[in-house]
Design a protein around this ligand. Structure first.
Ligand SMILES: Nc1ncnc2c1ncn2[C@@H]1O[C@H](COP(=O)(O)OP(=O)(O)O)[C@@H](O)[C@H]1O
Ligand SMILES: N[C@@H](CC(=O)OP(=O)(O)O)C(=O)O
Length: 453
């Protein structure tokens, strides 16, 4: 049995849905189909999820959102018209969304999650109707009915272990199951979404739950490329990579597959195959436990914006018991999560996602670190990009860091921070935002284009 997930780009129009149908029926093993909300039809288009967020925020602010509502319903209606299916399903979608928008707003985060989730939920209903219209046995299955239970964290839910046993029962159903991605229900029956792009996570959870032989993730590119194709033109395709490599690359910007979507499939030993809806005969990229071929130390280079660093120096920091704990306690008091902590003898840098910070928080943190930890210096820097150079081959290869650092130096890129050693399969460089593309291209050139020395 295979679980197949289609991303928003594969479901953006009726024409795309016809391809999806052909892909599903061409292989009888494709029994569970996980779907996102309609995505972008062209580069300046707006994803339905983004329209829904905008609409919900207008409702919360008491502003008029009639135009947005119409735009959302029109997305579903145009798909239904293109596919020549009954417009009754669109009427149901319209009524459901209106009821949700008029619902309880006393907990805005939960309200927002319910509206966001409706994008996938309604699309799954529409797609099940289309599959039935095409004459196959297909049914929409709600995550509630299937028992996909998640933690109580709006916009960032995590699957709870009991879900897997519940989902195993889906194996007994006849025909194709069309399952909405991106959300589950907490124990009290409230809707909660995963983080953005989280339909990949649903697919992986279902693959684990039904003990699938393969989790196929259909998107709009032929493969996972060794570098973001919007930064380097026609980059090298990756045919096979490990869960570990993919986890690190997707964490650091390979948006083609959600970083949290690896774990459920990995735990059940289910391989993942990233494929192209627009070119389904291409083999795509396989994500597996171990890979055989190691063509050089590096398999991919990823980069992600939006980080800041807190640099703290204090003479004899290395001898002070509890310094790290007290520092992290201060961050915890502000409800902040951190990403990395590279350190020296008398200095430590904490890297955080910048969107958690503002001027007031930064000032308060600096004050507490200076006063409570008696630091000599505290400097907060913004607009950092983290570049991750990843490859299992780095475990055995000497000199990869030197090659990377030299390539960056030759390209005139100033390295703000290096973190190497904690992970055996990656090294990380911090650079300033304007140097991102330049730095990524220099590294790509070193490891994939130039002849290695
Ligand atoms: N290394 C990479 N390999 C392939 N695609 C990448 C990579 N990094 C970023 N991407 C982007 O990810 C996109 C696919 O992800 P996404 O837009 O979320 O698709 P979907 O709509 O199928 O969920 C590609 O179109 C590409 O622009
Ligand atoms: N629609 C949701 C979830 C998702 O996975 O979407 P996509 O498959 O288009 O990345 C989002 O935009 O976040």
């Amino acid at each position: 049995m295979k679980v197949v997930k289609f991303g928003g780009s594969s479901l953006a129009s009726g024409e795309q849905l016809k391809k999806v149908f052909q892909i599903v029926v061409s292989d009888p093993e494709r029994k569970v189909v996980v779907v996102s909300a309609p995505g972008k039809r062209f580069s300046d288009d707006i994803k339905v999820t983004d329209l829904l967020i905008d609409c919900a925020e207008k409702y919360l602010a008491g502003e008029n959102a009639d135009k947005l509502f119409e735009t959302i319903i029109e997305r579903y209606a145009s798909i239904a018209k293109e596919l020549k299916i009954s417009l009754k399903v669109v009427e149901t979608i319209s009524n459901d969304l209106q009821a949700l928008l008029n619902g309880d707003k006393s907990k805005p985060e939960r309200y927002l999650d319910a509206i966001k989730a409706s994008g996938e939920d309604n699309n799954a209903k529409l797609i099940a109707a289309y599959f039935q219209h095409c004459g196959i046995t297909a049914q929409y299955v709600s995550p509630k009915e299937a028992g996909l239970i998640v933690s109580d964290e709006p916009g960032n839910a995590q699957v709870l272990p009991e879900s897997y046993e519940n989902l195993y029962k889906l194996r007994e159903r006849d025909g194709i199951i069309v399952f909405p991605g991106f959300f589950g229900y907490n124990k009290s029956g409230e809707v909660l979404t995963f983080s953005r792009s989280g339909s990949d996570i649903t697919g992986s959870i279902l693959a684990n739950g039904v003990k699938a032989d393969l989790y196929e993730n259909f998107t709009d590119v032929d493969a996972v490329y060794s570098v973001n194709p919007t930064i380097v033109q026609n980059p090298k395709e990756i045919s096979e990579l490990t869960y570990r490599e993919m986890r690190e690359l997707s964490y650091a910007g390979f948006s083609v597959f959600h970083d949290e979507a690896l774990i459920p499939a990995f735990r059940a030993g289910i391989p993942v195959n990233v494929k192209n809806t627009n070119n389904p005969s291409a083999p795509g990229t396989r994500i597996v436990n171990e890979r055989a071929n190691t063509n050089g130390p590096v398999i991919g280079i990823a980069s992600d914006k939006g980080f800041c660093s807190i640099y703290i120096s204090k003479y004899l920091m290395n001898r002070e018991i509890g310094f790290g704990r007290k520092l992290l306690q201060i961050l915890e008091d502000f409800g902040l999560t951190y990403e990395h902590i590279p350190s020296g003898i008398d200095d430590v840098t904490v890297i955080l996602r910048q969107n958690q910070m503002d001027d007031v928080i930064e000032e308060a943190i600096t004050k507490r670190i200076m006063e409570e930890l008696h630091a000599d210096e505290v400097i907060i820097e913004h607009n950092l990009v983290l570049i991750m150079v990843v490859g299992e081959g780095m475990r055995h290869n000497v000199g990869t860091t030197a090659r990377a650092a030299k390539a960056l130096a030759n390209a005139g890129v100033n390295i703000e921070m290096i973190n190497q050693g904690s992970s055996e399969v990656s090294m990380m460089f911090g650079v300033k935002e304007p140097q991102e593309k330049h730095a990524v291209r220099a590294l790509y050139n070193e490891f994939f284009v130039a002849v290695p020395v």
